[in-house]
Design a binder for this molecule. Structure first.
Ligand SMILES: C[S@@+](CC[C@H](N)C(=O)[O-])C[C@H]1O[C@@H](n2cnc3c(N)ncnc32)[C@H](O)[C@@H]1O
Length: 165
């Protein structure tokens, strides 16, 4: 579900495999891998160095959720392998870091329904849903974009009204 793009953030990178795969497959030109725990942070750095070398276009950042990102810095945010409630919490606290076109790809290990419901109730646009199977286990994967900023939807309806006159 990650489209070919310039820059992706992998939140909760742990072993660093996704960050490496995104570069190796050419899916992303650049990756920001974020980890909140020092052990997995070191693991991600080691994985990137071993698989891609010292000049790899991967920035590994120690921090909580979307905190280490600049607003609008990435085109795609991946949150994989965490619970749906943790994913919700990270997105809620980091809404200002998502641009109007940032795609969020989530792979919740549990509470996928709660995440889906929160997205539906708060006006997120779910763009894709599916399941992947790995070693006999099915995982839910969902992609969505955050609701328009209030200013934007006001401006759009204002413009529609003005154009229909
Ligand atoms: C089970 S691993 C999943 C690893 C990988 N994303 C995957 O799908 O295989 C979850 C990782 O997310 C990290 N994590 C949990 N909450 C986080 C947060 N708020 N910010 C950054 N990393 C977080 C954990 O430290 C852990 O390394």
């Amino acid at each position: 579900m990650v489209p070919r793009c310039r820059i992706v953030a992998d939140i909760g990178s742990d072993h660093g495999m996704l960050a490496c795969r995104l570069i190796e497959t050419g899916r992303a030109q650049q990756v920001i891998a974020v980890e909140k725990r020092p052990g997995p942070y070191a693991r991600t750095r080691a994985c990137v160095r071993a698989r891609l070398g010292g000049e790899a276009p991967v920035s590994v950042r120690l921090g909580d959720g979307l905190d280490p990102l600049e607003p609008g810095e990435v085109e795609v945010v991946v949150l994989a392998g965490m619970g749906g409630l943790t994913i919700m919490d990270i997105l809620r606290r980091g809404m200002d870091k998502l641009g109007p076109n940032t795609l969020v790809v989530a792979q919740p290990m549990k509470h996928a329904d709660a995440l889906r419901r929160w997205w539906q109730e708060s006006g997120w646009r779910v763009t894709e849903e599916g399941q992947v199977e790995d070693r006999g286990r099915r995982y839910e994967v969902m992609a969505a974009m955050k609701p328009d900023a209030p200013g934007e939807s006001f401006f759009r309806s204002f413009r529609c009204r003005a154009e229909s006159r």
